[in-house]
Design a protein around this ligand. Structure first.
Ligand code: SF4
Length: 343
C-alpha cells in the first residue's frame, strides 16, 4: 500500500473509508510545435491535470468546478482510466487502480460509471433502449438471462421511462430522455460511484432541473457516491456536499459546499462565485471581474498559476507555487496569502 493511502481521505475529513481517493493525479499531453515537426520542434506539453488530490466518501456528492479547459473532464477520464495518468494514485474502495491490467480493471470499472454531457454520442444508435440497458447486465452476468428484461424495466422505471420505450432507438428520444437512458445503463452495472460530467449543460433549461432532481433521487435510492463535474456553480451548490475548485489543472480550493460557497478563501473561487446571480438584494455581492484570459496550459505561469489574473499577486506568487494548506474543517486552499493569514 502506498504511504499516502488514506491521506487524501483523512485530509478531507474522512476516516479512511472513502469510496474514491485520488492522490497526485497528473496528466500532461504532448503537443507538437515549430515549423518542421521532428526537426525544429521542441517537445512541449499541455499541463491538463497536475497533482490533483481529493476523496469522496460513501454516499457523498463531490462537485468539481472551474472554467472550461481547467482539467475537470480530463480528471474524470483519468479516474475511469479512459486515459492513462502519467503519475498519481486512484483508489476505489481501497483498491489501487493505476497498477491493474485491463482485465484486472474490468470488475472495478463496473463499480464506477460515467454519464457524459452529450448522451447521444455515448449511446449506440443501432441498439434499442432494451439492448443498451441490458448490455452491462449481460456483460457482467449480473442477473440470470431470463430476468434481464424485468431488470431493464425496473431500471427504466427508476429513471422515469416506460416499458413502451424498450424497442425504441436513441434518435427517437429528446435530449433529456437520452440522458435518462444513459443513467439507466450506468445504474445497470451496479456502481458505487457515479461520475456525471456536465450532464445537463447540453439540455434545455426547463429539462435541467428534472435531470438534476433525478440524479439526486437515484443517488439516494442506490446509495451512490457522486462526482459531479460542472461549470454551473448554482447546480453544484444545490447538489453537492463538498466542492473542489480547479484552475489550470490544479485544485486551488477544496471544502464543504457551505464553507466554499459562503466563505470562499481563494481569490479565484471568490471571483467565480461573485458571478453567480445574488439571491437576495439585502446582501449584494461585489462582482469581481478578472483581468486577462486563462493562460494557455502549454505555458503555465511560474509560481502560482493564478498570478497573472490575481488582484493580490505579490513577488512570492510569481516565484513559488503554493500548495493546498489545511485551514481546518476539511477546507484546503492553495494561496500564499491565505496561508499567511493575510487574505
Ligand atoms: Fe493570488 Fe498569490 Fe494567492 Fe496566487 S498565491 S491566488 S497570486 S495571492
Amino acid at each position: 500500500m502506498p504511504a499516502f493511502a488514506g491521506a487524501a481521505a483523512m485530509a478531507d475529513g474522512h476516516n479512511g473509508t472513502a469510496v474514491l481517493e485520488v492522490q497526485g493525479l497528473t496528466k500532461h499531453f504532448p503537443v507538437r510545435g515549430g515549423l518542421l515537426p521532428g526537426l525544429l520542434s521542441e517537445r512541449r506539453f499541455v499541463s491538463a491535470v497536475d497533482g490533483v488530490s481529493f476523496s469522496i466518501g460513501p454516499g457523498e456528492s463531490f462537485g468539481l468546478v472551474g472554467e472550461s479547459g481547467c482539467g475537470k473532464s480530463t480528471t474524470a477520464r483519468l479516474i475511469m482510466r479512459l486515459i492513462e495518468p502519467d503519475r498519481g494514485s486512484i483508489r476505489l474502495r481501497g483498491v489501487e487502480l493505476t497498477s491493474l491490467s485491463e482485465a484486472e480493471l474490468r470488475p472495478h470499472r463496473r463499480e464506477m460509471q460515467i454519464v457524459f454531457q452529450n448522451p447521444y454520442a455515448s449511446l449506440d444508435p443501432r441498439m434499442t433502449v432494451e439492448q443498451i440497458v441490458a448490455e452491462p447486465l449481460l456483460t457482467h452476468h449480473l442477473v440470470p438471462r431470463r430476468q434481464v428484461r424485468g431488470r431493464v424495466m425496473e431500471l427504466l422505471h427508476a429513471v422515469g421511462l416506460n416499458p413502451y420505450h424498450l424497442g425504441r432507438y436513441p434518435h427517437q428520444f429528446s435530449g433529456g430522455q437520452r440522458q435518462r437512458i444513459g443513467l439507466a445503463r450506468a445504474l445497470a452495472a451496479g456502481p458505487r460511484l457515479l461520475i456525471a460530467d456536465e450532464p445537463v449543460s447540453a439540455l434545455d433549461v426547463s429539462i435541467q432541473a428534472q435531470i438534476i432532481g433525478l440524479i439526486q433521487d437515484l443517488q439516494e435510492q442506490y446509495h451512490l457516491s457522486l462526482l459531479f463535474i460542472s461549470h454551473n456553480l448554482s447546480v453544484v451548490k444545490y447538489l453537492c456536499s463538498r466542492v473542489g475548485v480547479m484552475y489550470l489543472g490544479r485544485l486551488v480550493e477544496v471544502g464543504t459546499a457551505e464553507e466554499v460557497f459562503e466563505r470562499p478563501r481563494h481569490p479565484y473561487t471568490r471571483a467565480l462565485l461573485s458571478a453567480i446571480p445574488e439571491p437576495t438584494v439585502e446582501q449584494p455581492r461585489e462582482r469581481i471581474i478578472l483581468s486577462g484570459d486563462v493562460p494557455s496550459p502549454v505555458n503555465v505561469p511560474r509560481g502560482c498559476r493564478f498570478n497573472t489574473r490575481c488582484p493580490y499577486a505579490e513577488r512570492i506568487c510569481r516565484e513559488q507555487e503554493p500548495v493546498l494548506s489545511d485551514l481546518g474543517h476539511g477546507q484546503r486552499v492553495a494561496c500564499h496569502l491565505v496561508a499567511q493569514g493575510r487574505l
